[in-house]
Design a protein around this ligand. Structure first.
Ligand SMILES: Nc1ncnc2c1ncn2[C@@H]1O[C@H](COP(=O)(O)OP(=O)(O)OP(=O)(O)O)[C@@H](O)[C@H]1O
Ligand SMILES: [Mg+2]
Length: 333
């Protein structure tokens, strides 16, 4: 693939630390390392999955990319241009090219504004088209997310819509600007399974039609497998494994990825799950910041190695990397 040489998005050594304020009742403030030296490359036109359990730092990656937050360390490039350096017109242009769809369409839509207002607002902000062409663009965007015929929805307000329809409005609002890069942050975690499947298909169609690149954030490996070409697995702010979705699911190399896969309910399966043994029942005590981030919970970890020094991502093949001493050395865990 020739686009492999030039990723549309490049994340280089990003760290993010949140400081929580102390108070009389809570005592001194604390620091949370939300991201710990993350590297990623995302290529044009791919749907890339970022998977991990709650608190692993997925949303933080998204918020740093759209520059809703600043990192403490590292750099992010879109099309070779460093995002932190953008100013004025270039920054505005960037805000058109990169869009984020959030988990909760109830919160991301203003209850006081109609569907037309919600979808046309970004066109106004970016001064795209006039009143007539805006209506056309809005209707086109609505059709592409299955809100058809548009007249039935244009003047509705969010409370009149179902959860799935609301998320379609949020997607149309992002897509009306014809972005190059979209971050979909758990866009279906509030929806039931059949509606989620419809939203997934809308994302797949969008990619087919416009060639948009999508960063799909989810806690579900099953959802990532359905949608994504490549998948990265995160654990407590660290990247543990990255590779082609099919390969990650078929032959996961990191014990944490294996535990995630074993946690996917299999249709018709009862009783004990095959490899669930990679997770300790209780966390190991006395661990320090230098060890493998998964060491406290990993059953196969080695005290003298995994407990002393953190493994870095190493290539198992040009497309598959893992941060685990066992996997590096070809052990089956
Ligand atoms: N504004 C903030 N202030 C303090 N800590 C924060 C803030 N935002 C996130 N964090 C912490 O950073 C870590 C990563 O959070 P993040 O929201 O990125 O995780 P996530 O993987 O998106 O989780 P979820 O699946 O629950 O959405 C968590 O420990 C979280 O508590
Ligand atoms: Mg999140």
């Amino acid at each position: 693939m020739d686009n492999q040489a030039n990723p549309i998005l490049r994340i280089e050594d990003i760290s993010k630390v949140y400081k929580t304020k102390g108070s009389f009742f809570k005592g001194r403030g604390t620091e949370v390392i939300a991201l710990n030296r993350i590297y990623l490359k995302i290529y044009k036109g791919e749907i890339f999955g970022l998977v991990g359990e709650s608190g692993s730092g997925k949303t933080t990656v998204g918020r740093l990319i759209v520059s809703l937050e600043k990192s403490n360390q590292g750099r992010i490039f879109l099309d070779g241009v460093e995002i932190a350096e953008l100013k004025g017109r270039e920054l505005k242009n960037f805000r058109r090219k990169v869009q984020m769809i959030f988990q909760d369409p109830y919160q991301s839509l203003n209850p006081q504004r109609s569907v037309y207002d919600a979808i046309s607002e970004p066109l106004g902000v970016h001064k795209i088209g006039n009143a007539a062409t805006r209506q056309e663009l809005v209707e086109e965007a609505m059709k592409s997310v299955g809100l058809s015929p548009p007249e039935d929805f244009l003047h509705s307000y969010p409370h009149r819509l179902s959860g799935g329809q609301r998320q379609r409005v949020a997607i149309a609002r992002a897509m009306v600007l014809n972005p190059q890069f979209v971050i979909a942050d758990e866009p279906t975690s509030m929806l039931d399974a059949s509606i989620s499947a419809q939203i997934f298909n809308i994302l797949l169609e969008m990619r087919e039609k416009s060639g948009v690149t999508i960063l799909f954030i989810t806690h579900s490996l099953a959802a990532a497998r359905y949608l994504c070409g490549r998948i990265a697995v995160m654990y407590r702010g660290n990247l543990m494994e990255i590779g082609p979705g099919e390969e990650i699911i078929r032959s996961p190399r990191h014990p944490y990825t294996q535990a995630l896969i074993d946690a996917i309910p299999k249709f018709g399966q009862r009783g004990e799950v095959k490899r669930y043994g990679t997770l300790l029942g209780a966390e190991r005590e006395g661990t320090n910041g230098l060890c493998c981030p998964f060491f406290p919970r990993c059953k196969v970890a080695h005290e003298t190695r995994c407990g002393k020094e953190r493994p870095h991502l190493k290539e198992l093949s040009p497309s598959h990397s893992v941060a685990c001493y066992y996997a590096e050395e070809g052990f089956e865990v």
